[in-house]
Design a binder for this molecule. Structure first.
Ligand code: IMP
Length: 507
């Protein structure tokens, strides 16, 4: 006979956090959001033998076509988080994206605005308008990696006064008059040269005088303003990649060769023998690499992935994603709060029994910053988000304007648009005969950096209210209360009119 569990499936919205004593040391500048991403031994950590692998902010981006391309991965790693480059694409394309992130040298950029010396000023204006970059490299071949002839900036000519039919060679600063850096120079040395010579841009050239890259003064300040940047031991940006349970032997090799730091097995239901087989293969083949598994929503699913499949972190969540229709289509899933609370309890029991701590990622259903705070308080080490990142400038989609408002497209990996047949073709289930995700639009929310800064500020403020300075303390100290529907109403604004809903008349 069917078994019915006692508790109902609960969501984040049904909980609130109680404030606890805030001591004087509980100020945002003392709060750390470092989050474990790899299982570790509590004892070895205490003995100083364990090098824990951590994110600097507890956010990862979902392995989705509309979310995790290389640009978003670079932007997120620079803020301290990690992207999972999506696997619903050919292996070489995915590996290329990983490579782009690993090759991104903070501070050194490959010039993407180049013209040959014979180009006209009007070409420079057109290029500047198209790229938004006001520094143009003038090279013999008209592209990066050919011999540098000079640099043309907005200060070198007046668009509305100079004759735009004239060649750029007569207006640019010639290479003989430029301060140059030589290939192999460190970022610190390049910054010194910029500073000493009061320059905005330093071209880096090789022994033959070919342009290698450019270093900009403004990037130095940008770098300074991203103290949480997440890098590997070679100071390259940190990046993850998703894999499936079918072509994983070939795919994982290409991704590891490209430099992926974490591999995450991407499946809507991770409590399966395919997942175990994949994880064990990866462990045997790639040794110490970080391996994530999921998704699960029960303690049994957690134990299976941790004990049998030996993954490093476990992803929790089925059916809660903003574009997800799994629950409507198959009747499978669980409220995200209930799933997380049960799995985190199983994690703590496992830790008590074995001394091994396994990080948990809450995946999907984060609708606002409050949900992130609640997920972390419920025991998650970090959260995976799709919609949150799809809305930003750096997601791989183009902005669209509808009725004066700006949106970005966002679609599920189980939607027809994603054509992600592979992912749902596990075992005997056959191909994807029905959709599990929708194709939608989300409002544009600006740059990832600005968005993450605000979210981080809110989480830190909440942690100060709870009287904790890091995520481990938050897990221990957080007290949740269930809310009634009337509490939700009370929590919103009451008896006031919102400015955007009324016409304000000048007094
Ligand atoms: P969001 O942050 O609420 O937008 O949810 C993102 C998460 O939804 C992803 O990390 C996946 O776990 C899940 N997901 C992605 N595509 C689909 C789909 O087509 N159907 C169901 N779940 C999906």
């Amino acid at each position: 006979m069917v078994k019915i569990i006692d508790d109902v499936s609960r969501t984040f919205n049904e909980f609130l956090l109680l404030p606890r004593l805030t001591r004087k040391e509980h100020v945002p500048s003392n709060v750390s959001l470092r989050a474990d991403i790899k299982r570790y031994s509590i004892q070895e950590d205490k003995d100083g033998k364990e090098v824990r692998k951590c994110l600097n902010v507890p956010f990862v981006s979902a392995a989705m076509q509309a979310v995790s391309g290389h640009e978003l991965a670079i932007a997120l790693a620079r803020k301290g988080g990690c992207s999972f480059i999506y696997c619903s694409q050919p292996i070489d394309k995915q590996a290329e994206m990983v490579r782009k992130v690993k090759e991104h040298k903070a501070g050194f950029v490959v010039s993407d605005s180049n013209l040959p010396p014979c180009a006209k000023l009007k070409d420079a204006v057109e290029l500047r308008n198209r790229t938004g970059h006001s520094t143009i490299a003038i090279t013999e071949g008209g592209k990066a990696n050919t011999k540098l002839y000079g640099l043309l900036t907005s200060k070198d000519f007046w668009e509305f006064k100079d004759d735009l039919e004239q060649p750029v060679r007569d207006y640019c600063t010639p290479v003989e008059s430029l301060v140059l850096g030589h290939q192999g120079i460190t970022l610190q040395e390049a910054t010194e040269l910029l500073w000493k010579n009061k320059k905005e841009c330093l071209p880096i050239v090789d022994n033959e005088g070919n342009l290698v890259s450019l270093v900009f003064r403004r990037d130095y300040f940008d770098h300074k303003s991203n103290p949480d940047e997440l890098c590997d031991e070679h100071k390259r940006l940190f990046v993850g990649a998703a894999i499936n349970t079918r072509d994983y032997t070939e795919r994982a090799k290409a991704l590891v060769d490209a430099g992926a730091d974490v591999l995450c097995i991407d499946s809507s239901d991770g409590y399966s023998e395919w997942q175990k087989e994949t994880a064990l293969y990866l462990r045997k083949r790639f040794g110490d690499i970080i391996i994530g598994g999921g998704n699960v929503v029960t303690k049994e699913g957690f134990r299976y992935l941790v004990e049998e499949a030996q993954v490093d972190f476990v992803k929790v969540g089925i059916g809660g994603g903003s574009i997800c229709i799994t629950r409507e289509q198959k009747g499978i899933g669980r409220g995200q709060a209930s799933a997380l609370l049960e799995v985190c309890k199983a994690r703590d029991e496992y830790c008590k029994k074995t001394g091994i701590y396994v990080p948990i990622c809450s995946d999907g259903g984060i609708n606002n910053d409050t949900h992130i705070i609640l997920a972390l308080a419920m025991g998650a080490d970090f959260v995976m988000m799709g919609k949150y990142f799809a809305m930003t400038e750096e997601s791989p989609t183009r902005k669209v304007i509808f009725k004066g408002r700006t949106y970005k497209p966002y679609w599920g990996e189980g939607s027809n648009r994603a054509r992600n047949w592979e992912r749902y073709k596990e075992g005997e289930l056959g191909g994807m005969e029905f959709e599990e995700g929708v194709d939608a639009y989300v409002p544009f929310s600006g740059t990832l950096s600005d968005k993450v800064d605000i979210t981080v500020a809110k989480i830190k403020a909440a942690m100060c209210n709870i009287g904790v300075c890091d995520l481990k303390e938050l897990h221990k100290e957080a007290i949740l209360t269930r809310v009634s529907e009337m509490t939700l109403v009370e929590g919103g604004t009451s008896s006031v009119e919102h400015l955007d809903r009324i016409e304000v008349q000048d007094r």
